[in-house]
Design a protein around this ligand. Structure first.
Ligand code: LLP
Length: 440
C-alpha cells in the first residue's frame, strides 16, 4: 500500500492527513467521515495546469464537479483557476453559491431541462455542451427569446471502446450520449449549429470514458475527430477553435492499478493534437479537459468505526463498519477495489485476512473482500483510501442512514465543509397524511 499526498503514519502509530491525526478527527466529527487532503487536491490541479502551460497550448482545465460537489470544493476549484463542468441545475446552483465565476462554467448533460437551461442563461454560463437535437432547438429558442448569444460545443460520440467498466465507458457508438460520428448525426448537428444565429460554435467535445489508464483511447479519439473535422471543413468551411477532450484520467486505487501520470496524459494529448493540426497547416486549437477523479480521487479518505465482527470458522471474518454502500456505492456498482488500513494501528503488521462489510441490509453491501489487517477489534477506526471521487457525490440515504460529514484538512487544521445529516434532515420533506383513512 502506498500513502499519497500528506498522508503518513504519525509518531503514535496513527494515520495522519494534512497534519491531523485521523483518530482524533473521528472522535471530533464522528464516523463515517470523508477527509480530504486539501494540499493534494491543489497539487493534482496544478499538475494538470502546469503540464498545459508547458505545452504552449491555450487551455482550460475544468474540474468535473460530478466527482465531488460542494460549495467548498467549488471555491477551491475557483482558487486554483480551474473551470467547472456541471451537469445539472443542482451542481450549477452549488457553484453559483460558491461564487464560482459563471463564465468559467461549462454546462453538460444529455437531458438538460428547460428550467435548467433558463437558470444557466440567467447566470451567464460560459459554455453549453449540447448533447442532442432536442437540446439544440430548446437552447436556441431560449437564447434567441432572451436576445443573447451563447457559446456552444457539440458532444460527439467517436465510436471508441476503452478498457474500463462498461457502466463508465461512453465513447462507443451505442451510447446515450452525444451525436454519433459514424452515423452522420455529428455532421448534421454541426450544420444545424452553424445555422443558428444565437450560437457561437466554439468546437466539439468528446469524453471516451472514465478511469482510463493509458493514452491509447485519447490518441485514437483525436485521430477520429481530426478526420471528422477534415470532412466538416470540406463540406462547410468550419474549423474548431476549441477541442474538448473530456475527463477520464485514471487513478491508482490498489496495487493492481497502474495509470500513466497526469503529465503523460497531457503531454500525449497536446503532442497528438499539435501533430494532427500542423500536418494540415492549421493553427493549434485551444484544448479543454475535464478531470474529476484525477483531481479529487486520491485526495479523499473515508474513516469508519468498526462495530460487529462475525467469524465463520474456516470460511471468513466479516468486519462491519458504520457506513457502506450509502457512502461508497462503487464496490457494489462497479466491483471497485480499495485499500484500507486501521488508522489507530497504522504501524502494526497485518496478521489476519478479513472482509469489510457495510451496515446496509444487502448482502452486496461489501466494501472490501479479503484484506490483510492487524488484529481488528470493535472500536478500531478503518481508513479506506482514495475515496475522494464518486463517494460523497453518489451517496444515498438507503436504510435512512444519514450522509456523513466532510472535512478538508491542511496544516493541522480540519475545516468542516459539509455537516453530517441529522435525523431532522431525513424527514424534512416527509409530510404526514392529510387525508384521513375511512377504513374503520
Ligand atoms: N466529462 C464528462 C463529459 C463526463 O461524463 C465525466 C464523467 C467526466 C468529464 C469526468 O470523468 P473523470 O475524470 O472523473 O473520470 N461514477 C463513476 C464514474 C462516472 C463518470 C461519469 N462521467 C465511478 O464512480 O467510477
Amino acid at each position: 500500500m502506498r500513502l499519497t499526498g500528506t498522508s503518513h503514519i504519525g509518531s503514535q502509530g496513527h494515520l495522519t492527513i494534512g497534519g491531523c491525526d485521523t483518530v482524533e478527527l473521528a472522535k471530533t466529527f464522528g464516523t463515517p467521515l470523508y477527509v480530504y487532503d486539501e494540499a493534494l487536491i491543489r497539487e493534482n490541479s496544478r499538475r494538470f495546469v502546469k503540464s498545459f502551460e508547458q505545452s504552449g497550448f491555450a487551455f482550460q482545465v475544468a474540474y468535473a464537479s460530478k466527482a465531488f460537489s460542494c460549495i467548498a470544493m467549488a471555491q477551491l476549484a475557483a482558487e486554483e483557476n480551474l473551470s467547472l463542468d456541471v451537469v445539472s441545475s443542482g451542481e450549477l446552483y452549488t457553484a453559483l453559491q460558491a461564487g464560482f465565476p459563471a463564465e468559467r462554467i461549462h454546462f453538460h448533460g444529455n437531458n438538460k431541462s428547460e428550467e435548467e437551461l433558463r437558470m444557466a442563461l440567467e447566470a451567464g454560463v460560459g459554455c453549453y455542451v449540447v448533447d442532442n437535437f432536442y437540446e439544440m432547438a430548446l437552447l436556441h429558442d431560449l437564447a434567441s427569446a432572451s436576445g443573447i448569444q451563447v457559446n456552444v460545443m457539440l458532444r460527439l460520440t467517436p465510436g471508441i471502446e476503452v478498457h474500463t467498466h462498461e457502466y463508465i465507458s461512453t465513447g462507443q457508438e451505442d451510447s446515450k450520449f452525444g451525436f454519433g460520428v459514424a452515423d452522420g448525426q455529428a455532421m448534421l448537428a454541426i450544420r444545424q449549429a452553424l445555422a443558428k444565429t444565437h450560437f457561437n460554435l466554439l468546437g466539439i467535445h468528446v469524453h471516451i470514458g472514465s478511469q482510463i489508464f493509458d493514452t491509447t483511447g485519447f490518441v485514437e479519439a483525436i485521430k477520429v475527430i481530426r478526420e471528422f473535422l477534415d470532412s466538416v471543413r470540406k463540406e462547410t468551411g468550419y474549423e474548431v477553435k476549441v477541442l474538448n477532450l473530456g475527463g477520464g484520467f485514471g487513478i491508482r486505487y490498489t496495487d493492481e492499478d497502474d495509470p500513466v501520470e497526469i503529465e503523460t496524459f497531457v503531454e500525449t494529448i497536446t503532442q497528438e493534437v499539435a501533430a494532427a493540426w500542423s500536418k494540415r497547416n492549421l493553427p493549434n486549437p485551444e484544448i479543454w479537459i475535464e478531470p474529476g477523479r484525477g483531481i479529487v480521487g486520491n485526495a479523499g479518505t473515508t474513516l469508519y468505526s468498526v462495530g460487529s465482527i462475525k467469524q465463520i470458522p474456516g470460511i471468513r471474518t466479516y468486519v462491519a463498519v458504520d457506513g457502506g454502500m450509502t457512502d461508497n456505492i462503487r464496490p457494489a456498482l462497479y466491483q471497485a477495489k480499495y485499500e484500507a488500513l486501521l488508522a489507530n494501528k497504522a504501524s502494526m503488521v497485518a496478521t489476519e485476512t478479513v472482509s469489510i462489510a457495510g451496515k446496509c441490509c444487502e448482502s452486496g453491501d461489501m466494501l472490501i473482500w479479503d484484506i490483510d489487517l492487524p488484529q481488528v477489534t470493535s472500536g478500531d477506526i478503518l481508513a479506506v483510501l482514495s475515496t475522494g471521487a464518486y463517494g460523497y457525490s453518489m451517496a444515498s440515504n438507503y436504510n435512512r442512514l444519514r450522509r456523513p460529514a466532510v472535512v478538508f484538512v491542511r496544516d493541522g487544521i480540519a475545516d468542516l465543509v459539509v455537516e453530517r445529516e441529522t435525523y431532522e434532515d431525513l424527514v424534512r420533506h416527509d409530510r404526514k397524511r392529510s387525508v384521513l383513512s375511512n377504513i374503520v
